[in-house]
Design a protein around this ligand. Sequence first.
Ligand code: SF4
Ligand code: SF4
Length: 96
Amino acid sequence: MLATYGYKDGSGEYLITIDTERCNGCGDCVAACPAHVFVVVDEDPNDPMREEPVAMVALEKKKKLKYECNPCKPTVDRAPLPCVEACKASAISHSW
Ligand code: SF4
Ligand code: SF4
C-alpha cells in the first residue's frame, strides 16, 4: 500500500510516500532524517492485518513537512535526500 503524508499549498508540494509493501521496518530512515520525521510503529493503523513493523511520518510532523524538510531541499546539485538514500528497500519517495 502507498501511504502518502503531507500536503500541497501555493508554494509547492510537500509529500512523502512510503510503500508499505516494500518497507521492512528497519528504521534506517529514522536514523537518517535530521528532522526526526519518521517513526517505526509495531502496528500499521492503515493495515491492521500487518504483522511487521512499518515506518510512518510522525503525526506531529505531517502538517509541517514544508518546514521540517527545508534543510534537505534540493539545490542546483540535486543531492539525494537522506531519507530516500537511506532506504535500501526503495520504499520512500518525496515530491522533491
Ligand atoms: S528505511 Fe525504508 S524499509 Fe527501513 S523503515 Fe524506513 S521506509 Fe521502511
Ligand atoms: S527530506 Fe530530509 S527532513 Fe525531509 S524526511 Fe527526508 S531526510 Fe527528513
